[in-house]
Write a protein that binds this ligand. Sequence first.
Ligand SMILES: *[C@@H]1O[C@H](CO)[C@@H](O)[C@H](O)[C@H]1NC(C)=O
Ligand SMILES: *[C@@H]1O[C@H](CO)[C@@H](O)[C@H](O)[C@H]1NC(C)=O
Ligand SMILES: *[C@@H]1O[C@H](CO)[C@@H](O)[C@H](O)[C@H]1NC(C)=O
Length: 243
Amino acid sequence: MLPILHLIAISLARAATFASPHPQASTTPCVETDTSTTASDTVITLSSTLTATVTASRSTTPVSSSSTVGPQTSPTSWLTVMASRVGSPIHLLPMNAAGYRFYLGGDTVSYCPTDVEETGDCPAGNQTVLSPCAMGALVPGGQHLYVTPNGEVGYTQAHSTFMPEGSVQCPFTYSKAPGATIGRLGLRAFGASGLIACPTYGGPWQVFANLKNMTAPRGNASQCLGFDPLALNTADIGVWQYT
Ligand SMILES: *[C@@H]1O[C@H](CO)[C@@H](O)[C@H](O)[C@H]1NC(C)=O
Ligand SMILES: *[C@@H]1O[C@H](CO)[C@@H](O)[C@H](O)[C@H]1NC(C)=O
Ligand SMILES: *[C@@H]1O[C@H](CO)[C@@H](O)[C@H](O)[C@H]1NC(C)=O
């Protein structure tokens, strides 16, 4: 069995015995509009939430299983996403940002300016990190998530709020069972149920909302595979900006 599934099994077993000692975050990194919020606001919110969570978890003891605690619906840190579909070529591939779209597999494509590099402030830049609404990017203004009416999941360029006409912002939902270590993403846009990945001509699988009228990159939507998007907490902000 794969280690990640062990983790889930352990978390579920723990969840059955104890309610979560972790407080639910009172703030969220979600950005509903992208005109007034900057990436640094998001970073500050996230790091204070993280600190609060770490501090709180040191001093609490498990409470009785009779108390009811629902699933967590706001992440307490940034997330990395990995596909789960056992027995398929996409199983356990990371979800990576490249060219303002998402792929399972391939590489994260990012950029950090020379002046930032000179001060040693560039993040590693090789990991795709996100929240339900925004990319984990340090660039001022941030980069925001959307789904196009064709079903493509994408993100805005740095210093721009442009997205294709009719796109829906903040497409992801998040859910984590009490006591679990791994959460799951969902998707709410155009009545879609979840995420699918479709083969491209280039190699990696492109990520889409599961829409009946989506446009598959190779023209045949029956080649696309639904998957379970596992959301793992990460303390690291991924990159300066995704390109
Ligand atoms: C990113 O790069 C760092 C430093 O080179 C390396 O340690 C890490 O494993 C890489 N992560 C990924 C996801 O490739
Ligand atoms: C696909 O269907 C959704 C839901 O009915 C609709 O909102 C969207 O505009 C459609 N997309 C296209 C490209 O027609
Ligand atoms: C579309 O893909 C499915 C599954 O791979 C295949 O069975 C079907 O023949 C394909 N249709 C066309 C028109 O290529």
